[in-house]
Design a protein around this ligand. Structure first.
Ligand code: FAD
Length: 503
């Protein structure tokens, strides 16, 4: 009979490894499991990853972290959403906010009312009815409130931070909670000849680490989940052709934006993420349409401040592991798969992997049903993020490069085709229980990408037109007034979490 899980071994000390160590050491402390994390300074980490989603705040809270201290330590800024420039057409711009649009009336969703008023020429941009969009555009910030009657309760926020500093912070927390860190490079893996389960990781010179459960956070190398367990990989490059990135930090320039910017380029897109001490920039592109040097030139041409380092070139494969938990190995982080950072989903998927593992954590020996459930949940998460990302590329009118012609005309997964049709024809956003991006996120990207509902809920026609139009105008004025009364983003940071100034 398989043993109880008493010894957990985490391979890798990037963001995934230390998030896992911090969470497990906090949650499983009463079970008295030992946690060992192995990392190799010689190999290092991927060294990118700066934009997050609001869920990270709840993860941090749950594992007992102090927000202002964490933000100071990671040079963090506030993030209210992502601005997409030049995606549907050159010159277009919209923000996907972390928050709602408008309010329902007479039991009819706001989107349906807006679609009807828009057709009658009585509504302005949908963004004007979203507090986080107006706040982001004004460069202001206030914390969300809990009074459901207030417009300040209609949004959430995330961070833009240095993920390397986040991992360092979590390492300190984890070691304080008894996690044992081992420095060294795993050179071989011993598996049980009968079950195939991993038993020991060898670090050379006779150093061996034994465990009952192994969490593979070894990044793109996927040393255990793929190298040892042969989990296989599902490639999604036919829908997400970007497979390269170049990252480069620059000095801070201009006001500190409380949002991330993603600007479409000829064969991909460029990110701009302002932190307190610098700005993160990068170009994500498809090697099938653009060579590395041209991609680097395009990125450097569009920087708005002097670079602080040499460009860092990265390669990746879009897709997911066929199984993210095999035997006694669970993949978390880049070892489990990768979807480009367009919607800042990677750290969230790490978090999702950890929380799902903890929810299903075996009380006794490993149970095949837990493993199946873990793989089902994680695969669903990946599928839904994938569809959401594809939408940004596919729903475009751009025809100015081979890349845009390809993504605009490609076949998309049936699950996305169905969603697009429902929205385009009737403004229906498919509702589902699991999945990261909910109603307002889909609306933001559909409308931002110029997918406008042609018809709406007939109940919207029954509402008094003039009266509803006036309610919307009043909401727009109210949001503008509230935003005007808030601190600038810089003031809010100075007051709440000023980071050390790095010369
Ligand atoms: P890594 O950082 O690669 O860490 C792997 C660890 O494994 C290292 O400690 C390494 O030393 C160790 N290791 C490997 N092999 C061995 C061995 N043999 N022996 C011992 N140790 C070993 N995510 C976001 O959420 N937001 C973003 O804005 C974002 N931007 C990104 C941009 C790009 C271009 C890329 C590629 C990724 C981005 N990500 C982003 C993803 C994010 O960087 C990763 O999800 C995150 O850093 C987690 O990485 P990791 O810990 O899985 O892997």
């Amino acid at each position: 009979m398989a043993p109880q899980i008493r010894r957990i071994v985490i391979l890798g000390g990037g963001t995934a490894g230390w998030m896992t160590a911090a969470a497990i050491s906090h949650v499983l402390a009463p079970r008295k499991v030992s946690i060992t994390l192995i990392e190799s300074d010689e190999i290092g980490t991927v060294g990118v990853g700066e934009a997050t989603l609001p869920h990270i705040r709840f993860f941090n809270q749950r594992i007992g972290l102090d927000e202002p201290e964490l933000m100071r330590a990671t040079q963090a800024t506030m993030k209210l959403g992502i601005q997409f420039c030049d995606w549907a057409r050159k010159g277009d711009s919209y923000i996907h906010p972390f928050g709602d649009y408008g309010q329902p009336a007479g039991g009819v969703d706001f989107l349906q009312i807006w679609a009807r008023l828009r057709a009658a020429g009585l509504a302005s941009r949908i963004c004007d009815y979203s507090l986080p969009v107006v706040m982001a555009e004004a460069g202001r910030f206030g914390f969300p409130g809990t009074d459901m009657a207030s417009v300040m309760s209609t949004f959430s926020y995330a961070y833009q931070f240095d993920a390397g500093l986040y991992a360092r912070y979590l390492r300190r927390v984890s070691e304080g909670r008894g996690v044992l860190r081992v420095e060294g490079k795993v050179t071989s893996v011993r598996q049980n000849p009968e079950t195939g389960h991993v038993e020991t990781l060898s670090l050379g010179k006779g150093r061996e680490i034994e465990g009952d459960l192994f969490i593979d956070c070894s990044g793109f190398r996927a040393l255990l989940i793929d190298g040892a367990m042969g989990s296989g990989f599902e490639y999604w490059s036919r829908w997400l052709p970007c497979d390269r990135a170049i990252a480069i930090p620059t000095e801070s320039a201009g006001p500190l934006m409380p949002y991330t910017r993603a600007t479409a380029r000829t064969s991909g897109w460029q990110w701009r993420i302002p932190l307190q001490h610098r700005v993160g920039n990068g170009h994500v592109y498809s090697s099938a349409f653009l060579d590395d040097q041209s991609a680097e030139d395009e990125l450097l041409r569009h920087l708005d401040a002097p670079a602080l380092r040499q460009p860092n070139r990265l390669r990746f494969r879009p897709g997911q592991r066929r199984r993210q938990w095999v035997g006694n190995v669970v993949a978390v982080g880049l070892s489990s798969g990768f979807l480009e950072p367009l919607e800042s989903t990677s750290i969230h998927l790490i978090q999702q992997g950890i929380t799902t593992l903890l929810e299903l954590f075996p009380d006794g020996p490993l149970d095949a049903r837990d493993i199946t459930e873990f793989n089902r949940v994680m695969s669903l998460e990946y599928d839904r993020v994938r569809d959401f990302l594809i939408l940004h590329y596919h729903a475009t009118e751009r025809d100015d490069s081979d890349f845009w012609n390809y993504v605009r005309t490609m076949d998309v997964p049936g699950s996305l085709e169905e969603k697009l049709t429902l929205f385009r024809e009737r403004g229906i956003v498919m509702k589902y229980r699991d999945g990261l991006f909910l109603f307002p996120s889909w609306i933001a990207v559909y409308v931002g990408q110029r997918v406008i509902p042609q018809h709406w809920d007939p109940r919207a026609d029954a509402l008094p037109l003039e009266q509803v139009a006036e309610t919307l105008s009043a909401l727009k004025r109210h949001i503008a007034d509230v935003v005007h009364s808030l601190d600038t983003h810089e003031e809010a940071l100075k007051r709440y979490c000023p980071a050390e100034v790095i010369a």
